[in-house]
Design a binder for this molecule. Structure first.
Ligand code: PHE
Length: 344
């Protein structure tokens, strides 16, 4: 049996791969014709007084070979993995390529912070279509066909003709949603409508042909200009901190009366450069238009302007983002340069 053991172990050491050790296993431990199986069968043929010792020794041999087989199997598996890392084209020791993490676009971040500021003041969020009817974008907010104010937002029209006329456009502002919201709700109203707008405009440091706005609308009994100013002050304080200078100018929009604009001090020239490309020498950067909702629009909604008043505002989100981070050119936002975008 010692001879058998030596022979078997030598054979196992020579088996250098998986098929070879399988062949060895069949030869020695195979259930049908394995040499150890045969040895165990031969126990019966031994003389009575040697049978027990023979059987015990044969069993011990079987166990030793089974253990040796498992050990050799493990050894081969390990060296196969080692060989992979040194000889194969796949070098499993190379560190992986790190995944670059994306992030929200600075305009999206700013949009979300603005929405949060208004949500904290009790405004709910609504949405409206980007492809809009002329009726909502212009007529509904008191900008008739031949009104010069239509030139303020040179319009991108949709070519489809309706009743022989183009009547659809890419909305030039979010203000059509004043009408849309009033159509489907009753006062008291406190709503903001975020979204993209489009204008056929020469681009410069503060103008893009696509822009993002938040429209705000509040309608109730007894709403006054001071409520509007309070809301806008609170918004500016949340977004820019209380140190920043704010100014209200009188302004004109056909859908408000009176109308105002809110501007922040220019972070580039601080009002000291008459040729500043960012504030155009004024020292101020306009970020929103606002005013008291025109009584005619309140009447058109069927609310009754004798009872209800309201305010509306439209904020340019890119402008807010420019001011908050001191970005000198609005066109960076949509140039898709990750060297710029990854700074926020
Ligand atoms: N819709 C105006 C614009 O796009 C902004 C505005 C909104 C002004 C609401 C007054 C009231 O410039």
């Amino acid at each position: 049996m010692d001879e058998l053991l030596n022979e078997a172990l030598a054979g196992l050491r020579n088996a250098a791969d998986a098929p070879a050790i399988e062949q060895w296993r069949v030869e020695w431990l195979g259930r049908q014709d394995g040499r150890i199986t045969k040895l165990l069968r031969a126990v019966r043929e031994q003389p009575q007084d040697e049978r027990a010792a023979f059987g015990a020794a044969a069993n011990r041999l079987k166990q030793e070979l089974e253990a040796a087989f498992e050990g050799r199997q493990e050894e081969l598996r390990r060296s196969a993995i080692e060989a992979l890392s040194t000889t194969s084209a796949l070098d499993v020791t190379l560190p992986g390529r790190p995944q670059t993490l994306g992030r929200l676009h600075p305009v999206t971040q700013t949009m979300r912070d603005c929405i949060k500021a208004f949500a904290d003041m009790g405004f709910r969020v609504a949405e409206g279509p980007e492809v809009e009817w002329e009726r909502y974008n212009f007529d509904g907010v008191r900008i008739p066909q031949d009104h010069p104010a239509r030139d303020m937002w040179d319009t991108i029209w949709v070519n489809t003709l309706v009743d022989g006329r183009r009547q659809m456009l890419l909305r030039t502002h979010t203000s059509p949603n004043q009408v849309r919201v009033m159509e489907r709700s009753e006062p008291p109203i406190r709503v903001i409508v975020p979204g993209k707008c489009y204008r056929q405009e020469a681009t410069d440091a503060t103008h893009e042909w696509m822009l993002t706005q938040i429209e705000g609308l509040a309608v109730d009994e007894g709403i006054r200009m001071t409520d509007l100013k309070g809301v806008l002050y609170e918004f500016a304080r949340t977004m820019f901190g209380s140190e920043r200078k704010i100014i209200f100018h009188h302004s004109y929009f056909p859908f408000v009366e009176p109308g105002i604009e809110m501007a922040l001090d220019c972070f580039i020239c601080r009002g000291n450069d008459a040729r500043c490309g960012t504030c155009h020498g004024t020292g101020w950067i306009e970020i929103l238009g606002a005013g008291m909702v025109h009584p005619e629009i309140i009447d058109n909604a069927g609310y009754g302007s004798d009872r209800y008043t309201g305010f509306a505002f439209g904020i340019g989100i890119e402008r807010v983002a420019l001011l908050r981070w001191g970005i000198e050119d609005i066109r960076h936002f949509y140039a898709n340069d990750v060297r710029f975008l990854s700074q926020f």
